[in-house]
Design a protein around this ligand. Structure first.
Ligand code: SAH
Ligand code: SF4
Length: 393
């Protein structure tokens, strides 16, 4: 295997996964090449999953030669791959310095969603999140963010033997706070949205944030994709405790920022995520306070949706998940008040791939084929343990 996922990123050459199309055009310009060459190259990388310049048959030979000396297309090495009984796949990537990040693919009948990490660890330190408990290691580069999609999309195409797109949705809900790594996240989003890249609709790319208000405004202006805000509490006192960032950007500021975002959002609502914690934020009065909170900012209740997430416990949290009945009663109060409310189905629990369970722990490799084949609509050819990407044989 050469020149693809599974190898080390060579620090001496430019990793082309780091560039959005404008960035790649500049890089090519530096080599004395026109923009249309960059478009060709970009399409080879992202649409075909190519990593070897020799495979890029319609690129001028002279350009291929130039590239060979100065550039590479390389995802971080895959440490492990786990396939859940429900078809969810979790990959652990080695991003160096003892850090690992996780990426999760969630197949559903009508879509394929990739949950992407933006940081190794996270500095926000939410009480109910195992990534938060891990602390912050570093920001991922654009290339490390894009590599998760590049690798997963082309791996899945190959193993599902599909020519067309497999991943239809991306959610920045893996490890890390995407808006604290704004500068690297934006070009990565552009690669996802670019018609010459993955061509994903803005409505199907979601940034999830714990509420970095100034960056929400910037995102609205520079790259308005779907927005999910991790709310988790109806009052400042409770939110200060669960999401420490609330002390910096309290609820009133956050709610105003959400309303401002709506003017730019590709959808006409903001999604509020709400992790259900037994005896902490799951009482009927909390639901009533949420209704009042939402209504206070005008437009009735139709400007947002709630996604109730059953808490995925982990030992250090000292917290428990609300009983299903409690979650349903909570959802009913919100729905009765006219707020569209869903209860998130937990996926990939058996492989620790559910929300908040991503902590970069290193596990054994598992077999791909047999387990994913159990998923009804996603038949995959059985293969052995994987790390091979796309264009390699
Ligand atoms: N940092 C961003 C995105 C990553 S977290 C954010 O906080 O929004 C993605 C989602 O998983 C967030 O809504 C987060 O609150 C939720 N989450 C974190 N830990 C969880 C846990 N243990 N159980 C359920 N959901 C959790
Ligand atoms: Fe960071 Fe999001 Fe986890 Fe909070 S929930 S610690 S912001 S990853």
């Amino acid at each position: 295997m050469s020149g693809a996922a599974g190898g080390r990123v060579d620090p001496m050459t430019a990793n082309l996964l780091n560039y959005d199309l404008d960035g790649l055009a500049l890089f090519c310009e530096g080599l004395g090449e026109k923009r249309y060459r960059a478009v060709q190259l970009f399409r080879w990388i992202h649409q075909k999953g190519a990593s070897r310049f020799d495979d890029m048959s319609d690129l001028a030979k002279s350009l291929r030669e130039k590239l060979r000396g100065v550039a590479q297309v390389q995802a971080p090495p895959v440490i492990s791959q786990h396939i859940s009984a429900d078809g969810t796949i979790k990959w652990l990537f080695d991003v160096g310095g003892g850090n690992a990040i996780e990426t999760v693919f969630i197949p559903e009948d009508d879509r394929g969603t990739l949950c992407v990490s933006s940081q190794a660890g996270c500095a926000i330190g939410c009480r109910f999140c195992s990534t938060g408990h891990q602390g912050f290691s570093r920001n991922l580069t654009t290339g490390e963010i894009v590599a998760q999609l590049w690798f997963a999309e082309h791996f899945l195409r190959k193993h599902l033997q599909r020519d067309e797109r497999v991943i239809s949705n991306v959610v920045m809900m893996g490890m890390g706070e995407p808006l604290q790594n704004y500068g690297e996240v934006i070009p990565a989003l552009r690669v996802m949205l670019d018609d010459h890249g993955y061509g994903l609709s803005r409505r199907r790319v979601t940034v999830s944030t714990s509420g970095i208000v100034p960056k929400m405004d910037l995102l609205a202006e520079q790259c308005p994709v779907a927005l999910a805000v991790s709310l988790h509490a109806p009052t400042d006192a409770l939110r200060d405790d669960l999401v420490p960032l609330n002390k910096k950007y309290p609820l009133d500021e956050l709610m105003h920022a959400c309303k401002r975002y709506l003017a730019f959002a590709p959808r006409d609502f903001i999604t509020f995520e709400y992790c259900m914690l037994e005896g902490v934020n799951d009482q009927p009065e909390h639901a009533q306070q949420l209704v009042a909170l939402v209504r206070r900012y005008g437009g009735g209740a139709a400007w947002c949706k709630f996604n109730l997430i059953p808490f995925n416990p982990f030992p250090a949290s000292g917290l428990r998940c609300s009983a299903p009945k409690q979650v349903q009663a909570f959802a009913k109060i919100l729905s009765d008040a006219g707020i569209v409310t869903t209860i998130r189905k937990t996926r990939g629990e058996d492989i620790d791939a559910a929300c908040g369970q991503l902590a970069g722990d290193i596990k054994d490799r598992t077999r791909v084929g047999e387990r994913i084949a159990r998923q009804r609509s996603w038949t995959i050819q059985p293969v052995a343990t994987v790390t091979t990407p796309v264009t390699e044989n």
